[in-house]
Design a protein around this ligand. Structure first.
Ligand code: AMP
Ligand code: FE
Ligand code: FE
Ligand code: ZN
Length: 279
């Protein structure tokens, strides 16, 4: 059986519902050979995840899903293979978290103005980062909406009355910072780009790869992005974007990265770890 590596997953450190331990146990149950926990704008899952993965004999590749902006539109960038000890990388995470927190406060301010006050500190246990799904959950629990979907469609989805984008970092700037840390910069779920002008700009960025295997891709989409990655010599990664119960239709391992690509990512990680030890 060929080996599979799910390199796009979320834990309770962002908007997933599995604890780090549950995620790692599930990865073993699904017979994955490796995993990356790509929480939104945080690598805080790794402190707990590293020893657990080692105990389970699972290869755990450092990764994170970063919210960036390009031409005014939101673009998610997956970063892989950095050293978790890299001080500059840690600083980048801190600035992303500050941007996210300020954005969340802006959303709450708008919700309050619409008669839906929420307490930031009650949205989530004090671990990792808070995202819009937590805000949507709170609106649901208070009866302001009847479903998570309604929360996004009516209030906090992009361009809805209580949405705030925050001071997101330009994708180009983020790619630069990732490259300073010798990390790989991969465009997450490229099929979600629906604006041709944005697509054109993105494929001219100095990126290292595309997430070509993704749970919700249709075959035609997958073919298109694979072909482009091959033409450019980019890495072709894959992952499920597993979120646990909040996206219950997507199973861990539903999409994955192939062995040959994983090896490239893993080798870079090993090199970065060595580098960080000698610094
Ligand atoms: P944030 O990173 O805090 O802006 O939250 C974005 C996350 O919210 C995404 O990664 C999805 O998991 C989720 N999300 C975005 N749009 C929707 C939607 N329309 N319905 C449900 N979840 C959504
Ligand atoms: Fe998410
Ligand atoms: Fe995403
Ligand atoms: Zn994701």
């Amino acid at each position: 059986m060929s080996k599979s590596y799910d390199l796009h997953t979320h834990s309770i450190h962002s908007d997933g519902t599995d604890t780090v331990e549950e995620l790692i146990i599930r990865a073993k149950e699904k017979k994955l050979s490796g995993l990356s926990i790509t929480d939104h704008d945080t690598i805080s899952a790794y402190e707990e995840a590293l020893p657990l993965a080692q105990k389970q004999g699972l290869l755990l590749l450092p990764g994170v899903e970063i919210s960036t902006v390009c031409k005014g539109e939101s673009v998610h960038l997956l970063a892989y293979s950095f050293s978790l000890q890299d001080k500059k990388f840690q600083t980048l995470m801190k600035s992303l978290q500050k941007i996210r927190k300020d954005r969340n406060l802006e959303i709450l301010k708008r919700l309050e103005a619409h008669g839906m006050p929420l307490d930031l500190h009650k949205l989530k246990e004090d671990i990792g980062v808070i995202g819009r799904p937590h805000i949507a959950n709170a609106l649901l629990a208070l009866g302001h909406v009847k479903s998570m979907r309604e929360a996004f469609d009516r209030w906090i989805g992009e361009e809805k009355p209580c949405y705030a984008s925050g001071a997101r970092l330009e994708i180009k700037k983020v790619i630069e910072k990732l490259h300073e840390a010798h990390a790989y910069a991969i465009i997450a779920h490229p099929h979600l780009i629906r604006n041709p002008a944005l697509e054109e700009q993105l494929i001219d960025m100095p990126i290292d790869g595309l997430e070509v295997h993704y749970a919700n891709f249709n075959i035609e989409d997958e073919k298109k992005w694979k072909k482009l990655a091959d033409q450019r010599g980019w890495l072709k990664t894959g992952g499920s974007d597993y979120h646990g119960k909040s996206k219950a239709h997507i199973e861990l391992g539903a999409s994955y990265t192939k062995e040959e690509t994983f090896q490239i990512l893993w080798e870079r990680y090993q090199k970065n770890e060595q580098l960080s030890r000698t610094q």
